[in-house]
Ligand binder design. Sequence first.
Ligand code: ADP
Length: 272
Amino acid sequence: MLKVSHVTKKYGKVMACDDLSFQLDPGSVTVLLGPNGAGKSTIMKSIIGFLRYDGEITVGGFPNKTTDARRLLGYIPEMPSLYPNLTVSEHLDFIARAYKLKDYKARKEELFRRFELTDKQKKFGDELSKGMQQKLNICLGLLPEPKVLLLDEPMIGLDPHAIKELKLLLEEMRAQGRTMLVSTHIIDSVDMLWDRTIIMDHGSIRANVTREELERDGRTLEQLFFDVTEGSASCQPEEDSGEGSREESKGSGEGSWKGSREDKALQEEHEK
Ligand code: ADP
């Protein structure tokens, strides 16, 4: 459903993703584990089409930057960036319009109920607490029900109820045959959720295993994680991007999901 082939992305001299290849099956949850700076966000932004990179990425057989691929793809970015002049409710209406969703009201209400935002619907983006912003961010990504959903560190800032609901929603989406890629650096947060785990460190894939393979191997996910990441960390310190190597945001909104989401939505509207 999602195929990443030999993807390499550098920011100046920093090798963020070094010749990454993997693929995800329909109806599966893959966890992308790795310490801070491993390259998880970079590969996600490459898949969603926000970055330039070398290599090839296809979604449902379509190159990822085509309209056909974009129709299949959804993305929940790590940093919520909301529109201060839109209410919680209007945020979802905006996404619904951009994706031309019909009959979305029931799902909108269900998402608000499950993430305890029902009584916050009239609040503006900048009136929300950090946790509420993250919950709204998640609702925006879930509303269009994409076939392939990328979630970048989605549990950060969520309360236990929201974490439970998000995990249930991911299980429901898996049962519907959807494909999810969830990045995190907190191993415990994904415990029972995953079908496949890809462990990244310093821009490379250090392990790519299914749950069955790991069970046969006899190691826990935590053991595997430390086995493949420790040692390398001390001899390959994370490179500082430093002055001059920071890549500026592209016109497509690279590095700013608000711009990216808006541009993508508007572009889609234009292309349809
Ligand atoms: P992760 O999501 O695993 O924490 P990232 O993909 O954000 O890792 O970062 C991978 C590497 O790329 C890190 O060394 C980080 O400092 C660097 N990096 C990320 N974004 C930029 C950017 N916009 N400009 C320069 N370097 C960057």
